[in-house]
Design a protein around this ligand. Structure first.
Ligand code: GTP
Ligand code: SPV
Ligand code: MN
Length: 647
């Protein structure tokens, strides 16, 4: 048993034994050791600004917790939470590694729930475009202010009875950066607190900062209790039937009930950094996007930064930690999921990663595919819904070569598992939650308060047919069209059934905080604000006639990045194709690849396919967005159609 488990075993958990930061605070605290009559078991109410205190008071009155814990982000606090979760079975230890834990959820709570995610505005068309009559809108869900209040009243009163309410101060982005924003998450889940400590800058320094700069996003979360009171998985309380995730941009307010999983409960991530974030970005003239950020240095030592938007489970984490197969190239990681981008005073687009950790898809992550992630995740990590091994380690699909001989495997549901079962050992959306600072290739500038300068933006998705490995847009507005027209095969990251090619504009479909048509207009307007980067579209997932991926992907994607860098330096290494600029044959570096690549198969543009694609995009824009979509985008589509007609 590692030392930490031994220490934790010794740790008493009664209120009186909970350590405070220092004696003075404890004395100060005497005056404030209650909030609305509820005991404050940890932390110091006087550390809260009046508006945070008001938020806590309102939440206490609504949720009626047994006690309140104000998080300071300390090591000792984290140990207390780990001990608590070990005792109640939320997590089990993984003694093979240092400070790693495995949480297994209620099997009904394993992914984001888009159908229960709502944005609240006075007017519906501020949130979603109006679909054609008889068509179901797929660009988000709207709820009225009275519906919002009712949803809360139906779920929250008394929902934390018997539980501790944690107050989690957090910063999205490096504390003090002009690009960063602060949030306060109130939650009844110690798993959420421990995860937020990894995923965001969390604790007392944030409260100190808040005293200087008063604005914050309010985020209220409860795992809930089923209305019949019966908790089927006591170690993972949740209320899947009544789960709801609400956002009110006008008040910078997030309210989430019923789920403890990922983006449903770690409210800094999708709810704040994307949904609320995109509405703030619109108001303030910048972009909040579902994008990785990486730095790439070529053999001459020239470095550029690139962002890339791929839908959930389509390769952001893998690209952000790319291990280049091309000799002399170096990739460094700034972020793997979210980018906040703003023009500086010199008109350079600069990006920060608002997060502090990676909440990465486990299956498929291996020494072969992502050695950098594998070198990151085996300390200080919370795993969720992966399988575990009898030698105290973790296991998932793809990890076969790292498996010690003769170990027994227990699947994510807690049952003995063998390959022969035909079922996956780890849930397809199982994840690791790990500190970004541990990544061996974390970029030296990843916490630079100014952000890093962006030279190129990539869009991409899982397109088994028709879409080439890479193409470049012809202009900014063509690039914005490419983002708006993005489609991708569905994955396990959300509640979708089966593999269908879905529209996922900008990889943001589940994350728009406001009307998609207005969002596209905002993107178009960026051109007048500064020097816009080049826009590209990539597809690692095209399949050949044998049904297998044509492109080996992962480290070999460095060949595509090389071409992008050359294009950013103005090299004329392209030919014009109907859909945009593609590498001229011989201009994509395919030297020394393990397998022969069929360039024709990888880059062909089947006319029939593209005619259908254009018709489908037209149908989507017409039926889902209508007149909210800027005329310029319809014009781009018209021109694409004309070019394809000439293939
Ligand atoms: P979210 O965290 O959900 O936003 O996902 P993500 O976009 O970060 O995706 P991630 O990098 O975790 O990859 C998801 C899955 O795609 C994993 O199973 C990967 O192994 C697989 N994948 C990633 N890159 C490639 C690639 O270049 N080629 C192929 N074939 N698969 C890839
Ligand atoms: C995604 O689905 O895009 C994720 C995982 O990054 S979650 O945080 O659950 O949204
Ligand atoms: Mn994501």
């Amino acid at each position: 048993m590692p030392e930490i488990i031994e220490q934790l075993k010794e740790m008493p958990l009664g209120n009186c034994a909970l350590p405070r930061q220092n004696k003075n605070q404890q004395t100060n605290c005497g005056l404030y050791s209650h909030i609305r009559g509820t005991n404050v078991s940890f932390g110091n109410v006087s550390s809260l600004t009046p508006s945070v205190q008001a938020f806590v008071e309102e939440s206490v009155a609504l949720c009626q917790p047994d006690q309140v814990h104000i998080c300071d982000g300390s090591e000792i606090e984290n140990k207390i939470l780990i001990k608590l979760m070990l005792d109640d079975g939320t997590i089990i230890p993984l003694p093979k590694y240092e400070n790693c834990w495995l949480a297994r959820t209620n099997p009904a709570d394993v992914a984001r729930v888009e159908s229960r995610t709502f944005i609240c505005t006075e007017h519906k068309d501020d949130t979603i475009p109006t679909p054609t009559e008889g068509v179901k809108g797929t660009l988000g869900n709207w709820i009225s202010p009275s519906g919002f209040d009712q949803a809360i009243q139906e779920r929250f009163p008394g929902c934390m009875k018997g539980r501790t309410m944690y107050v989690v101060p957090f910063s999205m982005g490096p504390l003090g950066s002009a690009l960063s924003k602060i949030g306060i998450e109130i939650t009844d889940s110690p798993y959420v607190v421990a995860s937020m400590r990894i995923m965001a800058r969390m604790g007392s320094p944030v409260l100190e900062h808040l005293r200087k700069q008063g604005d914050f996003v309010r985020a209220l979360h409860s795992v809930g209790t089923p209305s019949n009171g019966v908790m089927e998985h006591p170690s993972w309380p949740c209320d899947p039937e009544r789960t709801i995730i609400l956002h009110k941009p006008a008040e910078n307010l997030i309210v989430s009930y019923g789920s403890g999983y990922g983006g449903n409960s770690l409210l800094g991530k999708k709810c704040f950094a994307l949904r609320i974030g995109s509405t703030i970005a619109k108001r303030e003239g910048w972009l909040a996007e579902h994008m990785l950020i990486l730095g790439i240095t070529n053999p001459k030592g020239e470095k550029k930064y690139i962002t890339a938007a791929f839908p959930s489970a389509c390769g952001k984490t893998n690209l952000a930690m790319l291990n280049p197969s091309l000799p002399g190239y170096k990739v460094e990681c700034v972020g793997d999921d979210i980018a906040w981008m703003k023009f500086d005073n010199d008109g350079i687009l600069r990006a920060i990663n608002p997060e502090n950790g990676f909440f990465g898809v486990a299956p498929g992550t291996s020494i072969e595919t992502n050695p950098i992630a594998m070198a990151t995740i085996f300390k200080n990590t919370i795993f969720t819904n992966v399988a575990y091994t009898s030698d105290g380690g973790v296991y998932w699909e793809g990890m076969e070569s790292s498996l010690a001989p003769n170990v027994e495997i227990t699947d994510w549901l807690g049952n003995p598992w063998t390959k022969e079962s035909g079922k996956p050992a780890a849930h397809p959306n199982s994840r690791f939650c790990t500190p970004a600072a541990q990544c061996p290739i974390i970029d030296t500038h990843w916490e630079d308060p100014k952000g890093v300068p962006i030279s190129a933006i990539l869009f991409g998705g899982r397109r088994p047919a028709g879409v080439p490995l890479i193409y470049e847009s012809r202009s900014w507005s063509h690039g914005v069209f490419v983002g708006a027209a993005m489609r991708s095969e569905s994955t396990a990251a959300a509640e979708h059934k089966g593999k269908v090619i879905m529209h996922d504009p900008f990889a943001m479909r589940p994350f728009f905080g406001y009307n998609f048509g207005h969002y596209v207009q905002h993107w178009l307007s960026m051109e007048s604000r500064g020097n816009v980067p080049k826009i590209f579209h990539v597809n690692w997932f095209r399949k050949g006639s044998n049904g297998k991926f044509i492109w080996p992907g992962y480290g070999e994607n460095s060949r595509v990045l090389e071409w992008i860098l050359r294009r950013c330096s103005g090299e004329q290494c392209y030919t014009d194709a109907a859909i945009g600029r593609v590498p001229a044959e011989g201009h994509l570096n395919l030297a020394n690849m393990k397998d022969d690549i069929d360039y024709q198969e990888l880059f062909s543009l089947p006319k029939e396919f593209w005619l259908e694609e254009v018709a489908e995009i037209r149908n989507y824009f017409d039926s889902q967005v209508g007149s909210d979509l800027p005329e310029q985008i319809y014009e781009e589509l018209k021109q694409l159609k004309e070019r394809i007609a000439q293939i």
